[in-house]
Write a protein that binds this ligand. Structure first.
Ligand code: HEM
Length: 202
């Protein structure tokens, strides 16, 4: 019996929108010398949130944990085929294809953050700057695929997935619900992201 249940805890939702906003701001300010500090702060936020998310993928609530949604390419393909057959497999948390995109985004956030910060500190050479541009370009491509996947998933399951990433509630079996918002971890996430992004921008 499907009901509205709490699926995404507060750190997952807050982290998601910090990442999405930080990425948009970092992209918009990347080419301008006078916006450099804002760029480093925004990119730093994306990176530090991604670092937090790696820890939360182990310690977080049920659907935040990597063990609950990271699957191999075979299962991702099975899911995509089920979409094409118009009988999509239902997952309460991330589906296997979405899970792969999530991992790609987190790893690319770390790669572009590390290469960008080293370039900012003038520690690397030209090649690090090129790596930074390549990683962020690839990340933008994965973001588009991610957003397209969210739209297709929303239509296929007839459920507003972006709204679920805001409220935390999705359709699912009552036994699949998580027990609480994890507010304390959300406060830690904000403190960690702001303090470390500020430190990175020094
Ligand atoms: C308007 C833009 C965006 C929308 C509407 C959106 C929407 C969503 C939704 C609905 C999910 C949950 C997918 C599911 O139900 O399985 C999700 C997950 C995710 N998105 Fe986005 N997204 C956007 C932009 C971005 C951007 C720019 C990034 C990265 C920089 C990003 C990174 C992620 C990550 C890492 C997750 C996994 C969340 C977690 O498990 O912690 N998203 N997004």
């Amino acid at each position: 019996m499907m009901k509205k249940i709490l699926v995404w805890d507060l750190p997952v939702r807050l982290g998601h929108w910090l990442m999405a906003g930080g990425f948009a701001l970092a992209w918009a300010t990347g080419d301008s010398e006078s916006w450099r500090l804002v760029h480093v702060f925004a990119g730093g936020t994306v990176t530090t949130v991604a670092l937090f998310r790696l820890v939360w993928g182990v310690l977080g609530s049920k659907h935040a944990r990597f063990a609950s949604f990271v699957r191999g390419p075979r299962q991702a393909l099975e899911y995509l085929k089920s979409l094409l057959r118009f009988s999509p497999q239902h997952y309460t948390g991330h589906n296997p294809a979405g899970g792969l995109a999530v991992m790609a985004l987190l790893l690319l956030a770390l790669a572009s953050g590390a290469s960008g910060w080293l370039t900012y500190q003038e520690m690397g050479g030209e090649w690090l700057e090129e790596l930074h541009e390549f990683a962020t370009g690839l990340m933008l491509a994965v973001v588009f695929v991610h957003i397209a996947g969210v739209l297709v998933g929303s239509l296929a399951h007839w459920e507003n997935l972006p709204r679920a990433m805001i409220t935390g509630f999705k359709r699912g079996e009552p036994g699949e619900a998580i027990s609480g918002q994890r507010r304390f971890a959300a406060v830690l996430l904000i403190g960690w992201a702001v303090a470390s992004a500020w430190w990175l921008a020094q």
